[in-house]
Write a protein that binds this ligand. Structure first.
Ligand code: HAM
Length: 431
C-alpha cells in the first residue's frame, strides 16, 4: 500500500489520542472567559478580501504575503481569515449587536490561515482563542483582558515562564509625528535596509519594526521610541493601565519598540511571550486596542480591544513543560463481551440503558472472538467488563468484573434492575 495523498504543508491532523488534550485546553479557555462574562461568537471561515485589506492593512506582511485569497465561482475575491478580529467586528456591525446594550464581550475559537514558512509553532492552518471587548474606552478594559489571558496561562500551569510585554503606539496624532521622526532616521539608513523595508519607509515606516531581517532590527534599535511622542491623553491612558496592572499584581515589561504586525491598533499593544530557560522565545498571545476599527467598518464610534492566542503554540509549550502528559482521557466504564449467537439485541439494550445514564459503554461491533474482545477491553482500559451469553440471558444475571482487582460481582441484567445494580457496584469502586 502506498500513501497517495498527504496533508498540505503547514497543516496538521488532530488524531483521536491527542484531540482530548486540545478539548481540555479549550474547556479551560471557555471556563475562564465565562468568569469574565464573555459569550461566544462564530463567524465565517472566509470573508470578502476587502475586509482584511481595510482592517489588517495593505502594508502588513499578513496582507502582502500570507493571505489565502482566491476568486470564487461568482468572481468575488474571497480570503480565508488570517485572524479573528476583522470578521468579528464585521459581524458586530452588520448585526448591530450594540443595539442590545454595551459593552459587548465576545470570544471565539477559530481556525486561521496564513501562508507562512512552516516551523515549530508556525502553521498555515492554525487556531486562535480570541476575545474582543467593544465600547470600552478606559484602560481598565485592557487590565481586564490582560488579566483574563494571564488567568489562562496561570491555570494551565506555565505562568512562571511567561512574560507580558506592553507598549503604547498612541493615537493618529502621536503616530503622525512619530512617523515623521522615524522616516528621517530610516531615510538616513535607507541603503542598509532590506528591500521590503525600503518600501515600508515610504508607505508605513512603523512596519520596519516588524522586520525579521537582523540588520533592519539592529538599525531599528537606534530610533527614538513612540513613547517619547505620546500626546497627553495617550500617555495618561498608558500610565493608568500600568497603575491597574500593578494593583492586580500583574508583572509586565514596557517594550517601547513593540508595534505588532497588524495595522488596526491604537494606543495599547501587548504580548504574552513564553521565555523558556533553554530554547527560543515564542509569542503565545498578541493583542491591543483598536479604537477606530468599528467606525471604519461602518459601525458606531466604539473603542475596542482584544487578544488572540495561538492554540497550537500553547499546546507546544504545554507539551514542552510536561503538562499535557498529565492529562488523562476518561476511559470506558463498561465493556460488554458477547458470547455465542442471538445475544446482540440484549447487549445493545444494556448499552443503551447505561449510556442514557451517561456511562461510557462499548461492545463488539466487528465480530471479534471472545479472547479478542477481552484483549480490546484491556487495551481501552475499561473499568468493568461483563460477559453476556445465552446462559446469562436465560438466568437474567451476569458477572461484572472490576478490572483493577479482578473481583467479580453478580448483578441483574433485567431491564428494570440493571442500571440500579450496576451503578451501585460502580460507585462503590470508583470514587
Ligand atoms: P496575532 O499576533 O497576529 O494577532 O496572532 C495572535 C496569535 O496567533 C499569535 O500570538 C500566535 O500565538 C498565533 N499565531 C499567529 N500566526 C500563527 C501561525 N502561522 N501559526 C501558529 N500560530 C500563529 C491577531 O491575530 C489579532 N487578531 C489579535 C487581536 C485580537 N488583537 C485584538 N484582538
Amino acid at each position: 500500500m502506498s500513501i497517495k495523498y498527504k496533508a498540505p504543508r503547514g497543516t496538521r491532523d488532530t488524531l483521536p489520542d491527542y484531540s482530548f488534550k486540545i478539548q481540555a485546553i479549550e474547556e479551560l479557555f471557555r471556563k475562564t472567559v465565562r468568569l469574565y462574562g464573555f459569550k461566544e461568537i462564530r463567524t465565517p471561515t472566509f470573508e470578502h478580501t476587502e475586509l482584511f485589506l481595510r482592517t489588517v492593512g495593505t502594508t502588513t506582511d499578513v496582507v502582502n504575503k500570507e493571505m489565502y485569497t482566491f476568486l470564487d465561482k461568482g468572481k468575488r475575491s474571497i480570503t480565508l481569515k488570517p485572524e479573528g478580529t476583522a470578521g468579528v467586528i464585521r459581524a458586530v456591525v452588520e448585526n448591530a449587536i450594540y443595539n442590545h446594550g454595551v459593552p459587548i464581550k465576545v470570544y471565539y475559537i477559530s481556525p486561521c490561515y496564513r501562508y507562512e514558512k512552516p516551523q515549530a509553532g508556525r502553521l498555515r492552518q492554525f487556531h486562535q482563542f480570541g476575545v474582543e471587548l467593544l465600547a470600552a474606552k478606559d484602560p481598565i478594559a485592557e487590565a481586564e483582558v490582560i488579566s483574563l489571558a494571564r488567568d489562562l496561562f496561570q491555570k494551565s500551569g506555565i505562568i512562571n515562564n511567561i512574560s507580558l510585554d506592553i507598549n503604547s503606539i498612541g493615537c493618529e496624532n502621536c503616530r503622525t509625528q512619530y512617523n515623521n521622526e522615524i522616516k528621517k532616521y530610516f531615510k538616513f539608513h535607507e541603503k542598509e535596509l532590506c528591500e521590503t523595508c525600503r518600501e515600508r519607509l515610504n508607505k508605513n515606516p512603523l512596519r520596519i519594526f516588524d522586520c525579521k531581517n537582523i540588520n533592519c532590527q539592529k538599525i531599528a534599535t537606534g530610533t527614538k521610541t513612540i513613547l517619547e511622542f505620546l500626546c497627553t491623553d495617550c500617555l495618561e491612558h498608558f500610565e493608568n493601565l500600568k497603575k491597574y496592572l500593578k494593583a492586580l499584581n500583574i508583572e509586565f515589561v514596557v517594550n517601547p519598540r513593540m508595534v505588532r504586525g497588524l495595522d488596526y491598533y491604537t494606543k495599547t499593544v501587548f504580548e504574552f511571550i513564553y521565555k523558556p530557560d533553554k530554547g527560543e522565545n515564542l509569542v503565545l498571545c498578541g493583542g491591543g486596542r483598536y479604537d477606530n476599527l468599528v467606525e471604519d467598518l461602518g459601525g458606531l464610534p466604539l473603542e475596542a480591544l482584544g487578544f488572540g492566542i495561538g492554540i497550537e503554540r500553547l499546546m507546544l509549550v504545554l507539551e514542552k513543560e510536561s503538562i499535557l502528559s498529565k492529562l488523562k482521557e476518561k476511559t470506558c466504564d463498561l465493556y460488554i463481551v458477547n458470547v455465542g449467537t442471538n445475544v446482540e439485541t440484549k447487549v445493545l439494550l444494556l448499552c443503551k440503558i447505561l449510556r442514557a445514564e451517561n456511562f461510557i459503554v462499548e461492545n463488539d461491533l466487528v465480530g471479534k472472538s471472545v479472547k479478542a474482545q477481552m484483549k480490546y477491553a484491556n487495551k481501552i482500559k475499561s473499568k468493568f467488563v461483563m460477559v453476556i451469553g445465552e446462559e446469562e440471558i436465560t438466568k437474567g444475571r451476569a458477572l461484572l468484573k472490576y478490572m483493577a482487582t479482578g473481583e467479580q460481582i453478580s448483578l441483574s441484567i433485567d431491564q428494570e434492575n440493571f442500571y440500579k445494580e450496576f451503578s451501585k457496584i460502580y460507585f462503590s469502586k470508583i470514587k
